[in-house]
Design a binder for this molecule. Structure first.
Ligand code: C2E
Ligand code: CA
Ligand code: CA
Ligand code: CA
Length: 278
């Protein structure tokens, strides 16, 4: 009898073992990567719609694996978050982004805000101090740095989170609310967050202009953002139609493949000098 309970249990355990083995393999690989310089940052430019100027870039982590090549964050960030390794990854990312900003600053590039993604588990009371210390060590003006936090960060102890946000805000480091509209944060809290920017998630941008609901959601986020005196940026902009809709709706900034994919630092700098800094 194929459906005997024992067999099902055996199959289940096998699957579970495979899943666990895969997790452990990635986890020890990631530890190794952190210690052996296998992580790198790619940079994707952000443009102001009105002026067409490049105003910043988002730093996006990549794992350059000796055998597997460039591994995207979707394949290791969720695991890093589950195991707590994200704290070390995050420390490395902040350090690396500030080091790069200092290099570009000294090379005479105009100030660009480099945005670093910060996971909920990194958003602890020790974060503002670590940010301040890093800026100081690199003698970097805070206008070079921005932190992108997602709504999941805001679902925890809200008073504590606002306290941390206030301290970051006082440093002069910009804060943006990433993937806005995809989580569960209440609109009533939005007015209390000391943030500079709302970021429209790619899942909404993608449906513009064909999907009426996505257009309505994007338009509403822009309207709320403007009324609360925040800047609004749309991510995942791939077409001129999307850009046109966003421009007409009053969106401030855009980021997406229409302009550039995330690029290694030297390619980003090259494009900056040749195409984007006009
Ligand atoms: P995210 O913060 O929402 O980043 C935007 C993602 O959309 C990036 O994927 C970017 O490459 C992609 N993207 C940008 N423009 C376009 C476009 O026009 N079309 C399409 N199809 N995609 C576009 P990426 O680099 O694979 O990163 C995925 C996610 O991994 C990020 O989503 C973020 O949640 C996480 N992540 C990346 N780097 C870090 C990091 O250093 N720390 C943490 N905690 N998370 C990170
Ligand atoms: Ca982001
Ligand atoms: Ca995002
Ligand atoms: Ca997103």
């Amino acid at each position: 009898d194929n459906e005997s309970p024992d067999r099902n249990v055996a199959f289940y355990c096998n699957d579970m073992n495979q899943g666990m083995q895969e997790r452990m393999r990635i986890e020890s690989g990631l530890r190794h990567a952190l210690g052996h310089g296998e992580l790198t940052l790619y940079y994707q430019p952000k443009f102001e719609i009105g002026s067409g100027h490049v105003v910043g870039a988002e730093a996006l982590v990549r794992w350059v694996h000796p055998e597997r090549g460039v591994v995207p964050p979707a394949e290791f960030i969720p695991l890093a978050e589950a195991t707590g390794l994200i704290v070390q990854v995050g420390e490395w990312v902040l350090e690396q982004a500030c080091a790069q900003a200092a290099v570009w600053n000294r090379a005479g590039l105009p100030p660009l805000r480099l945005a670093v993604n910060v996971s909920a588990r990194e958003f602890t009371p020790s974060l503002p101090g670590r940010v301040a210390d890093t800026l100081k060590r690199y003698r970097l003006d805070p206008s070079w740095l921005e932190l992108e936090i997602t709504e999941s960060t805001l679902m925890h102890d809200i008073e504590r989170v606002i306290g941390i946000m206030d301290r970051i805000n006082k440093l002069g480091v910009a804060l943006s609310l990433d993937d806005f509209g995809t989580g569960y944060s209440s609109l009533s809290y939005l007015k209390r967050f000391p943030i500079n920017t709302l970021k429209i998630d790619r899942s909404f941008t993608t449906g513009i202009p064909a999907d009426a609901s996505d257009c309505a959601i994007a338009g509403t986020i822009i309207s709320i953002g403007r009324q609360l005196r925040h800047r609004v940026i749309a991510e995942g902009v791939e077409t001129l139609e999307q850009l046109e809709f966003l421009r007409k709706s009053g969106c401030d900034e855009v980021q997406g493949y229409l302009y550039a994919k995330p690029l290694p630092a030297y390619e980003f700098e090259q494009s900056l000098r040749e195409n984007w800094l006009l």
